[in-house]
Design a protein around this ligand. Structure first.
Ligand code: SAM
Length: 252
């Protein structure tokens, strides 16, 4: 699967392509990545990529011609690729999208805006999907493209290596993942929960289920609306509620 990023700051993306799991996956040819400078497709002496907005107002808008040429050139190298525009106005990207894109295994071309955004005609002529990474506005689309590439690429078989599995991650089953601990057993006076040292796999699984559910309840209760709690989950949550009640009773 190939990830191409069209940007005015290719160095930002190259660093990302060269490091960590993504860098290793590229070396092992599990994925490939390329960042392309949109400015290379400007034809005037000053390599202009932006201009003032029609209708007036502040800021600059990215011109359609260099962008159109950059997208066409990227498409020539990846003819089956889907073109994804980074914009805070797009559909909010989530884990489900990452799974879908990893499964589709279709090359992706990311268009990163800067300034006030890009000329609207680029949307209708070249773009297959518009994606946002959240309800906030950044100065450019590069971080958004890297977030999407990172979360998609790690789901491609082999990228995480054999020791890690993305199946237990937060959001995969509509819940947050359980708390994690590693050595030492005691840190700054806080001890690792006893059950995790017990070697009893059944009890560890029960503890992890409860840990993930209580974190979801406290931090992301909205996830229970999207995926209703199962019978077993309800049982665990009710038990937890009773423990809390007993605790509150004790302290009054
Ligand atoms: N004026 C635009 C608006 O209000 O919708 C925002 C433009 S923003 C300053 C410049 C570029 O950053 C956008 O074209 C887009 O590529 C990128 N960007 C900013 N926030 C983003 C987000 N939340 N998700 C994806 N891309 C984003």
């Amino acid at each position: 699967m190939k990830f191409t990023v069209l940007t005015l700051f290719p160095e930002l993306v190259e660093v990302f392509f060269d490091h960590g799991m993504i860098g290793r996956a590229m070396e092992r040819k599990l994925i490939s990545g390329e960042s392309i400078n949109i400015r290379d497709f400007a034809t005037d002496r000053h390599r202009t990529v932006d201009d003032r907005p029609y209708g007036g107002g502040s800021g600059m808008v990215m011109k359609p011609e260099p962008l159109g040429r950059a997208i066409r050139s990227a498409r020539e190298k990846s003819p089956r690729a889907k073109v994804i525009l980074m914009t805070p106005q797009g559909k909010r990207f989530n884990q489900e999208d990452a799974c879908r894109m990893a499964e589709e295994n279709q090359d992706l071309i990311f268009v990163c805006g800067r300034y006030e955004g890009i000329d609207e005609r680029v949307h209708s002529l070249f773009v297959d999907e518009e994606m946002s990474i959240g309800d906030y506005v950044m100065t450019g689309g590069e971080l958004a493209a890297m977030a999407i590439i990172d979360s998609t690429a790690r789901l491609i078989p082999g990228v995480l290596g054999s020791e890690a599995s993305p199946l237990a991650d937060s959001f995969v089953d509509g819940r947050l993942e359980h708390a994690q601990y590693t050595r030492p057993e005691r840190f700054e006076g806080i001890k690792v929960p006893e059950v995790l040292l017990s070697g009893d796999h059944g009890k560890v699984a029960q503890w992890r289920l409860k840990s993930g559910l209580t974190r979801t309840f406290l931090n992301r209760p909205d996830l229970f609306e999207q995926t209703r709690p199962s019978k077993e989950e309800k049982k665990v949550l009710l038990q937890w509620a009773q423990e809390l009640k007993a605790l509150a009773g004790e302290s009054v």
